[in-house]
Design a binder for this molecule. Structure first.
Ligand code: PLP
Length: 283
């Protein structure tokens, strides 16, 4: 694979980032993951907007223009022959001698991008659904910023795996916040889609927002409100959204089967809508 590091396209085994990079020492960095289908980027402008928002919140400098970032994405997709997969982009504050205090202006931000080739449209999750277990949400108070501080979500996912499930839903005060790396949705008995409103407690998912606008345009009723893990277990259907899963059906929560243990019809309809509509707008 060819990867991108600070202005250069290099073979992955020659890519280098300093051990003094604040991304490595302090998780002082942000990232985005954009899906690729048929060699084209899905929801790309929205991912760039969120990158800028994350950077502003942390006082990180984004030196590259949006045009340059798009060009780097396209170059990697082309060099690595990515038809279906993702492009990962990470930006850190840069390199400085280790100190909690920092001076952003005197530092050069680090920019790294790489691709991963993998099927996204036809996956075992999309066909068979996924099992979820609830795990306590003990993350920090700014989950709305897409930082590379991903240790707890990673541990939550491993906790789910050790309990025989595919993934974790994070729960705070009995209420579902989001998935370990996705936004969480339920579908009520009368077909209303419910998801938690945006706040500092969850990531403003790009897929969440795109799906909600496509769903609203086709007349689906959506309620943005908090819901408990107990309500989720009683729901008609449940699903997650993320850039690499799109709309992923959930078939059980804490061992309780939903929609007969199969992906639900509303979920699969939304998955189809999302894929069709986002492909029309792909870059
Ligand atoms: N929530 C969390 C905690 C995530 O890590 C992610 C994506 O990785 C999402 C939600 C989904 O966001 P998006 O649809 O922008 O990928």
């Amino acid at each position: 694979r060819t990867v991108y590091v600070n202005g250069a396209y290099v073979p992955e085994n020659e890519a280098r980032v300093s051990v003094f990079d604040r991304g490595f020492l302090f998780a002082d960095g942000i990232y985005e993951v954009a899906a690729v289908i048929g060699g084209k980027l899905i929801d790309f402008p929205a991912h760039l907007n969120r990158l800028h928002r994350s950077a502003d919140e942390l006082g990180l400098r984004v030196d590259a223009s949006n045009e340059e970032l798009l060009a780097i994405h396209r170059e990697l997709i082309s060099r690595n022959g990515i038809s279906e997969g993702v492009v990962y982009m990470q930006m850190t504050r840069g390199v400085a001698d280790r100190d909690f205090a920092y001076d952003t202006d005197s530092m050069e931000p680090t920019l790294v991008l790489f691709t991963q080739s993998r099927p996204l449209l036809e996956t075992s999750t999309s066909k068979n659904g996924m099992s979820i277990v609830s795990v306590e949400d003990i993350r920090w108070g700014r989950c709305d910023i897409k930082t590379v501080q991903l240790l707890y979500p990673s541990m939550a996912k491993m906790e789910a795996r050790s309990r025989g499930a595919d993934d974790a839903w994070l729960v705070r005060d009995g209420m579902v916040t989001e998935g370990s790396s996705s936004n969480a949705f339920i579908v009520t008995g009368n077909g209303i889609i419910v998801t938690r409103p945006l706040s500092n407690a969850i990531l403003p998912g790009i897929t969440r927002s795109a799906l909600m606008s496509y769903a609203a345009a086709t007349g689906t009723r959506i309620a943005e409100r908090t819901f408990s893990i107990e309500e989720a277990k009683d729901a008609a259907e449940a699903f997650v959204t993320s850039a690499s899963v799109f709309v992923g059906p959930v078939i059980s929560i804490d061992g309780v089967e939903l929609s007969g243990g199969k992906p639900g019809p509303v979920t699969m309809g939304l998955r189809k809508t999302y894929i069709t509509e986002s492909l029309k707008r792909a870059n």
